[in-house]
Unconditional design. Structure first.
Length: 337
């Protein structure tokens, strides 16, 4: 690959983002536009329209912030999947247009794998178990050979989606997870001896898999029965996060690995990070999480994986550049160390 930057375009859901890595693969912060629905959840077509409307101005701002010229771009990478198909198509179309006009390589990457690789780079984790917790995904992942294997995952909805649904039903704007975190922390501050008695929720672990819809329904029931909303926020976090950490610990035991890496937007939650650190310390392991700007969806993680993929596997042809909304983490061949 020639000298210059590799840019990354993220467009899987509510975030449209441009990011980059330099010629050595070193990440730089991205510029993002986030769709915040006034009511309800994310509508794929509305999100796609948001991305298309914001792409030109965001690209101009991002290039200005990074003092870039078009001639500095050596390759263009983009999220090929998984995600909301209309949103993915916008990012892919922008990537193809830039690649063709600049005559530089095009690289389609796996969004989930990008979360892993930016975390590995930022935290210095060589071979971790990844607890991937986001709006649309909840997976426990570890590398085996040339694939990232999914050892456990949600059987219904992603943990972030569950938190957002609960928040929305209780008058909190999108994204709801950070609001729930604040309310839970305030409840614990005001009630330092708080107990989960009377706030119990269903057990969310099913072998190595997880389910969150039952937690959501039961938490709504607690609110309907008059339990303080802040108390239910605290309980919901405690139960959901404990389930995730339990499965992650089982994965550490099963694989014999000694590092756990958190990734995805929900990894920004301080309580989840705290639970992970406690579990890891008790096992003599390490727990790591990248900076929040690299936990949430961002173009830089796409650029980082695009740079790695281009250097080890080559570019993506136009005929193979179609989006894959249902792309699995373990479908991507890992051809780098």
């Amino acid at each position: 690959m020639s000298a210059g930057v590799t840019i990354g375009i993220e467009s899987t859901a509510h975030t449209f983002s441009f990011g980059l890595v330099d010629s050595n693969g070193q990440p730089l912060p991205s510029c993002s536009a986030l769709l915040r629905p006034k009511e309800g959840g994310i509508h794929p077509r509305e999100a796609a329209d948001h991305h298309a409307d914001n792409a030109p101005s965001l690209l101009a701002r991002w290039m200005e912030v990074n003092c870039l010229e078009l001639s500095d771009i050596a390759a263009v990478s983009y999220s090929q999947g998984p995600g909301l198909a209309p949103c993915l198509r916008v990012g892919a179309s922008v990537a193809r247009a830039l690649s063709q006009s600049l005559k530089v390589p095009l690289v389609g990457v796996n969004h989930c794998v990008a979360h892993i690789e930016i975390g590995r780079e930022r935290c210095g984790c060589e071979d971790p178990v990844l607890l991937y917790v986001s709006g649309g995904n909840t997976q426990v992942i570890a590398r085996l050979g040339d694939r990232y294997r999914v050892l456990g995952e949600t059987l219904d909805i992603g943990i972030g989606n569950m938190l957002d649904k609960f928040a929305r039903d209780n008058g909190m704007p999108f994204p709801g997870g950070p609001k729930i975190e604040v309310m839970a922390a305030k409840w614990l501050e005001d009630n330092p001896d708080a107990s989960l008695k009377g706030l119990e929720l269903p057990y969310a672990v099913h072998g190595m898999d997880l389910t969150f819809s039952g937690l959501l329904t039961a938490a709504k029931g607690l609110v309907d029965r008059g339990m303080p909303l802040a108390a239910v926020c605290w309980s919901l976090q405690e139960h959901a996060f404990a389930a995730c950490i339990e499965v992650a610990e089982r994965a550490l035991a099963h694989t014999g690995k000694s590092d756990i890496l958190l990734g995805g937007g929900v990894a920004c939650n301080s309580r989840l990070c705290e639970m992970s650190r406690i579990m890891a310390a008790e096992r003599g392991c390490t727990s790591s999480v990248p900076e929040k700007m690299y936990c949430v969806d961002n173009g830089t993680m796409i650029a980082r994986l695009g740079w790695m993929q281009l250097n080890h596997a080559g570019p993506t042809s136009l005929s193979d550049s179609g989006v894959e909304a249902q792309l699995r983490t373990d479908q991507t061949i890992i051809c780098w160390p």
